[in-house]
Design a protein around this ligand. Structure first.
Ligand code: COA
Length: 578
């Protein structure tokens, strides 16, 4: 089918649908929802059979939905309506939630239903549920809706309008959730209530509150044990950029905050002076899973398999966290394991250097170029530490999405496995024509060849894990959800560690690394890449700085990139010629 995707931005859900529907054989083009006239023009140019709207903040114009079937993905159960669907579901502690695909009409979210799915709720932030359960449910429901299209066109099937008399229809119209609905009363609310409120507001808009007597929005909360002798609301300690705050019956780590007019930053960075007086409570790498911290190391399979996780908020890896990760890899190296699994974060594997920290540096009167330079070097050191692990086999186990340098970080491992639903963006150009580093000029061609490497970089398209495995970018895609992926990663890693030919594999790895080093040393790849990056950071062309500013400040889109708006390439061609 010819499908026009209309979206506020090309976000993770939209990318997942785009990738899967292209893989299903559909002909897709994308237009951002900038103005009604732009949408009308896109429809006229592409002449789609269907318009799909996975992520919109405004209504589709009547001039479009009255002439063309327009299917909207709503992150709520059948009958649910309103802009804060997931927020209410999390805050109210719903045990089950869902996704509904409905046909656009004059009234928002009120059209007839083409398909729907439900899923059990998980105690997780809204953005995590959105990127995982909502995305999987949306894809299943969209595929079902598309499968019904021919029957609908032939008049053999009609979408049903949910009836409030139907006891199966639990959803209702819910208002926009306001900060008053989200407010935390530290003296009265228990940890579970506080966590539900913070999770319902993560990653946007956060909960309006205060730290150190200063107003700010709170994000990125994790439960912690009760701290005897504290009063609810007290700030107790700091760790990994977060501050520990007492509740009535426990405590919570608050990882990120946004001060008025500021950028979302680690709490101890946004309140650097105030947080400096809090005692540092370091997290040992090998510790109980319930004790929050960004880095964690554990051993499995009787000590044969080491597993290192690095759960950085939003997958963004700033200079200091990169250095801590390099140290953690050195720690893992000192352990007598045969296989090291690098499992990134639960929601993101990695999204490369931390653009928010870099932008904050600039806005505080510092140098974005210097911070970018420090960050990319620290990121390269992480890649190098992985590449130099020649005394054991390494696995990158991608539980969540990865973008830009974060993708290439994974390719530094010997084996790259990803959960089936993971979306990869193995390219840098979208960030103001950034050249990129992370040894990509070594890692990408050795996996896919020079021509495919050039195409991947130039096309700038998201790649779902199954397609990435087909192209050889990664080795395998498996696991319908995170628990099944993690279980299979462990089984495969254990099998690698116990393989009868383990020693041969290891010596083949060493031989290949030595041969590659002789052909061109890693330091030469790095120098060449960094010479180009230096120009991006310090040169005359400010594209990277502009793109980073707009990305971090979430500036509204003013046009759809041409590599997505394919209909703008074929002006003048008939549908049959495209
Ligand atoms: N630095 C800082 N923040 C980042 C980040 C980065 N490298 N990558 C993602 N984020 C943040 C976003 O700002 C957003 O923040 P929010 O919590 O305030 O909403 C959050 O992570 C999720 O990102 P979003 O863009 O909404 O996720 P997505 O899944 O829809 O898109 C990407 C994923 C990877 C395509 C997109 O995040 C991206 O382009 N990131 C930048 C990658 C990059 O250029 N890195 C630098 C070069 S190595």
């Amino acid at each position: 089918m010819r499908i026009l995707v209309l979206c506020h931005s090309f976000n993770s859900l939209t990318q997942r649908l785009f990738d899967a529907l292209v893989a299903d054989g559909h002909d897709l083009s994308v237009e951002f929802d900038i103005a009604d006239s732009v949408t009308e023009e896109a429809v006229a140019l592409f002449q789609p059979e269907l318009l799909l709207a996975p992520f919109l903040k405004r209504a589709i114009p009547e001039s479009v939905w009255s002439r063309l079937p327009c299917l909207v993905v709503h992150p709520g159960i059948v009958g649910d309506r309103g802009p804060s669907a997931l927020d209410w579901a999390i805050q109210r502690g719903e045990a089950e939630w869902g996704v509904t695909v409905l046909q656009a009409e004059a009234e928002m979210d009120a059209g007839p239903v083409w398909a729907s799915r439900v899923f059990p709720m998980r105690a997780a932030p809204k953005a995590s549920l959105y990127r995982s359960e909502v995305t999987e449910a949306a894809l299943a429901a969209v595929r079902e809706a598309i499968a019904r299209f021919d029957d609908w066109r032939a008049g053999r099937w009609q979408p049903q309008r949910p009836s409030s008399d139907d006891p199966a229809v639990r959803g209702t119209l819910q208002p926009l959730m306001r900060q008053a609905d989200r407010a935390i009363d530290w003296a009265r609310d228990d940890t579970a209530t506080i966590l539900a409120r913070l999770r319902a507001a993560d990653g946007f808009p956060g909960v309006a509150d205060a730290l150190f007597g200063q107003p700010c929005h709170l994000f990125d909360a994790h439960p912690a044990a009760f701290e005897p002798g504290t009063t609810p609301g007290d700030l107790i300690a700091r760790r990994d950029g977060a501050v520990l705050r007492a509740t009535r019956d426990g405590a919570v780590w608050i990882g990120h905050v946004k001060r008025p007019g500021g950028i979302k930053l680690p709490a101890t960075v946004a309140f650097a002076d105030q947080a400096a007086v809090l005692p540092e409570r370091p997290a040992p790498l090998m510790r109980d899973a319930a004790d929050w911290g960004e880095l964690r190391y554990r051993e499995e399979a009787g000590g044969a398999v080491g597993v290192l996780s690095f759960d950085f908020y939003n997958g963004a890896m700033a200079t200091d966290p990169c250095r801590r990760l390099t140290d953690a890899i050195a720690f893992a190296r000192a352990r007598p394991t045969r296989v090291l699994v690098l499992e990134g974060g639960a929601d993101f594997w990695s999204n490369g250097i931390h653009l928010g920290r870099i932008e904050a540096q600039q806005q505080a009167g510092g140098s974005a170029a210097d911070e970018s330079w420090a960050n990319i070097n620290a990121m390269d050191d992480v890649c190098l530490a992985i590449l130099q692990l020649t005394d054991r086999l390494t696995v990158a186990a991608m539980r969540g999405n990865a973008g830009a340098g974060g993708c290439f970080l994974a390719l530094a491992a010997d084996h790259v496995w990803a959960r089936e639903g993971v979306i990869l963006n193995p390219h840098y150009k979208n960030m103001g024509n950034l050249y990129g580093s992370e040894y990509w000029t070594y890692l990408l061609p050795r996996r896919v060849g020079d021509a495919a490497a050039r195409a991947i970089m130039a096309e700038r398209l998201p790649l779902g894990a199954p397609r990435a495995a087909q192209t050889g970018l990664i080795d395998a895609a498996f696991g319908a959800d995170r628990p099944s992926f993690e279980a299979e990663v462990l089984a495969r890693a254990q099998a690698l560690a116990a393989a009868p030919d383990y020693a041969e594999r290891l010596s083949a790895k060493r031989a290949r690394r030595a041969a590659d080093e002789a052909a061109k040393p890693l330091s030469a790849y790095r120098d060449d890449e960094l010479a180009r990056m230096r120009r991006n950071f310090y040169g005359f062309d400010p594209s990277y700085h502009g793109a980073r500013y707009h990305f971090v400040m979430k500036s509204p889109q003013s046009w759809t990139p041409r590599h997505l708006a394919r209909h703008r390439d074929c002006v003048g061609a008939s549908p049959a010629q495209r």
